[in-house]
Design a binder for this molecule. Structure first.
Ligand code: MEV
Length: 324
C-alpha cells in the first residue's frame, strides 16, 4: 500500500493570460488531495469505480506509468479542496496519482517531479481542449511559490521547460520556484468559494472566443502578464501591501475579460475592507476568490457573511510527496 498527496493551488497573478504565454504566479496551499493505492481483485479502480473514460486524467497516468498488464490496484481518493472551483483539484489529483504509481512501480523513494508534472500537464491539456498552461500541475508538483514565464527569470530558480501545441500555435513556458521571505509568514490567503461549479475548459474557451472577436483585448492579457512579473518581485521582497494592490488590479482586468460573476464580485467586495488585496482565482465564472490578509479571522468572517465557504491557508505548502 502507498499513499501520495499533492497540494491545491491559488493563482495570485496571470490566470488566463498564462494560456497565451504570459507569466503567472501561483502558490501551493495547505489543502491537499491524497491517493492511496491498494491491491484489489479484478481490474484497476478509482474510488471504487472502474478506471474508465469517466476518469481521463487517471487513465492517462495509469497507461503511461504502469500499463494494462500491471497487477490491479484500487486508487482511493480523499480531498480537502473544493472541487471544480479553481483550486487546482484535478492537477493535485493527477500529481498524487502520478507519484503513487511511480513509487509503486519503481519501488524507489525518489520521485521524478519533472516527469510527473509533464504527464499531469498533458492530461490537463486534453481535458481543456488543448489549451492548458503548466501552472496548476507545476504548483501541485513543486509546491512553494511558482512563477511560470515566457523566459528564464534571473530572480527565480528555473526548474523546467514545458511546451504544448495549442489551437493558437505552439506555446513554451519556463517554470520556476520563487523563494518567499520569512515575512510572508505574517500573511494568509483566505479562499472563498461561491459554490458555483465552473469547468476550467469552458472558461478558457470563452476567453479564446472573446480574444478572437476583440483582438485588442490582448493588451489586457499583456498587462496581466506584467502584473505577474511585478507581483512575483513584490512577493519575493516581502512587500505584501504592493502584492495586494496588484491583486486588486488583476481582478479588474479579469472582470473586464468576462470571467467574473456577481457572486465573485460580492465576495471580493466583502473581503477588501480587512485585506491587502482580493481577486478571483483560477478560471472564474464561479469557483473561488482569494484575499491576501494579515487578519485572516476577520476576512474569513466577512467572506462567510457574503455567502462564501472559506479555507484559510498560509502561502507555499510543500509539493507532491509520498506519505507512507
Ligand atoms: C486554471 O487554474 C488557470 C487557467 O489559467 C487555465 C490554465 O492555466 O491552464 C484559467
Amino acid at each position: 500500500m502507498v499513499t501520495a498527496s499533492a497540494p491545491g493551488k491559488c493563482i495570485l497573478f496571470g490566470e488566463h493570460a498564462v494560456v497565451y504565454g504570459e507569466p503567472a504566479v501561483a502558490v501551493a496551499i495547505d489543502a491537499r488531495v491524497s491517493v492511496t493505492l491498494e491491491p484489489c481483485q479484478g481490474s484497476w479502480k478509482l474510488s471504487g469505480a472502474p478506471l474508465d473514460e469517466r476518469h481521463p486524467h487517471a487513465r492517462f497516468l495509469h497507461s503511461q506509468l504502469v500499463g494494462d498488464d500491471s497487477d490491479p490496484h484500487s486508487m482511493l481518493v480523499t480531498s480537502e479542496l473544493f472541487p471544480a472551483a479553481g483550486m487546482g483539484s484535478s492537477a493535485a489529483l493527477s500529481a498524487a496519482i502520478g507519484a503513487a504509481l511511480m513509487h509503486w512501480s519503481t519501488g524507489g523513494d525518489e520521485l521524478n517531479l519533472e516527469h510527473i508534472s509533464h504527464l499531469a500537464h498533458i492530461a490537463e491539456a486534453e481535458a481543456q481542449s488543448g489549451r492548458a498552461s503548466p501552472t496548476d500541475t507545476s504548483t501541485a508538483t513543486l509546491g512553494g511559490c511558482v512563477l511560470v514565464s515566457d523566459r528564464h527569470e534571473d530572480s527565480a530558480d528555473w526548474r523546467w521547460t514545458r511546451t504544448l501545441d495549442t489551437p493558437e500555435g505552439e506555446r513554451r513556458w519556463e517554470v520556476h520556484n520563487v523563494t518567499l521571505p520569512d515575512s510572508v509568514r505574517d500573511a494568509y490567503l483566505v479562499v472563498g468559494s461561491t459554490g458555483i461549479h465552473s469547468p476550467t475548459g469552458e472558461m478558457v474557451a470563452k476567453v479564446a472566443g472573446m480574444l478572437e472577436r476583440q483582438p485588442d483585448r490582448m493588451g489586457d492579457i499583456a498587462r496581466m502578464g506584467q502584473l505577474s512579473r511585478i507581483g512575483a518581485g513584490a512577493l519575493a521582497a516581502g512587500n505584501l501591501v504592493e502584492t495586494g494592490r496588484l491583486m486588486d488590479e488583476a481582478h479588474g482586468l479579469l472582470a473586464g475579460l468576462g470571467v467574473s460573476c456577481p457572486e465573485l464580485e460580492r465576495l471580493v467586495a466583502a473581503a477588501r475592507p480587512t485585506s491587502l488585496g482580493a481577486k478571483l482565482t483560477g478560471a472564474g465564472g464561479g469557483g473561488c476568490m482569494l484575499a491576501l490578509t494579515t487578519e485572516p479571522k476577520a476576512t474569513a468572517e466577512a467572506i462567510e457573511m457574503g455567502g462564501g465557504r472559506v479555507i484559510t491557508t498560509s502561502l507555499g505548502a510543500s509539493g507532491v510527496r509520498i506519505e507512507r
